[in-house]
Write a new protein. Structure first.
Length: 138
């Protein structure tokens, strides 16, 4: 994969997420970090938004997801984020890191990090027999 990518760091979302009864009623802060593969190289030459990925629209769409999703696990939430970026914004690849403050003694945050490519997903990665974590640079 190409190394040129867009960064979105510490996107703070308020959402209902978790498996415990109280988590289903009390919104929690979830932080997202995204690395999004460049859709096109045109923006480097033209300097025009029409040739670039409008990351403000990505942020807006992910805020909507956080308001309306019903996934209890961070793993499933991260997968939904990845699929939105790939399908709705046509990114060639995305790395999603999602985390929330941990309520466990001695643990600051709990989180999940995944990498997805166009045409890939959990099932496709299992079929390919991948055991190591995929990297956007590979």
């Amino acid at each position: 994969m190409e190394s040129d990518h867009i960064l979105i760091r510490d996107l703070k979302l308020e959402t209902l997420i978790g498996v415990h009864a109280w988590e289903k009623k009390l919104p929690q802060t979830v932080l997202l970090d995204l690395d999004i593969g460049m859709v096109s190289e045109k923006a480097f030459e033209s300097g025009l938004l029409k040739d670039a990925l409008d990351y403000s629209q990505v942020v807006k769409r992910l805020r909507t997801l956080a308001e309306k999703h019903d996934y209890p696990l961070l793993e499933r939430f991260a997968e939904a984020v990845a699929q939105i970026v790939l399908k709705e914004f046509q990114a060639p690849w995305v790395r999603v890191r999602t985390r929330k403050p941990a309520l466990l003694p001695g643990v600051r945050e709990i989180g999940v990090e995944i990498v997805r490519r166009q045409g890939s997903g959990i099932r496709n990665q299992k079929k390919a027999g991948r055991k190591e974590r995929p990297s956007p640079d590979s």
